[in-house]
Ligand binder design. Structure first.
Ligand SMILES: [Mg+2]
Length: 116
């Protein structure tokens, strides 16, 4: 870990956008679309590859670098969208996790499903 957090990176991200006057293009729908496209670019790196373990993927250093970049692209757009809509991302995650903990109690869901 670099010691950076999303919060600590936010001013730099916003400055990057401001310096290029790209805010004008960052309407909510455009950011959501860009986020989805970047998620597609991430997904493409796994296309047609069957039964890869984490270790298999991690052993491919060239692909790992591309995965790392696409993960960053997805998160950058998510951070822009959240910032612009006034969403406190850590609070939103905590709130959604609390809902999921109620919806999917570990005592009920542990061992409930298995891989074929
Ligand atoms: Mg990309």
């Amino acid at each position: 870990m670099s010691g950076e957090t999303i919060e600590s990176m936010l001013p730099r991200l916003l400055e990057f956008r401001r310096e290029r006057e790209w805010e004008q293009f960052h309407l909510p729908k455009e950011l959501a679309t860009a986020l989805s496209i970047e998620a597609g670019e991430l997904l493409e790196l796994f296309l047609w590859r069957q039964h890869e373990s984490h270790e298999d993927v991690k052993a491919d250093q060239e692909r790992m670098e591309r995965i790392r970049e696409e993960v960053a692209d997805v998160l950058i757009y998510l951070v822009f969208l959240s910032n612009d809509l006034g969403i406190d991302l850590p609070a939103a995650i905590a709130s959604k996790l609390a809902k999921n903990e109620i919806k999917y109690p570990a005592s009920e869901y542990r061992g409930r499903f298995s891989l074929p």
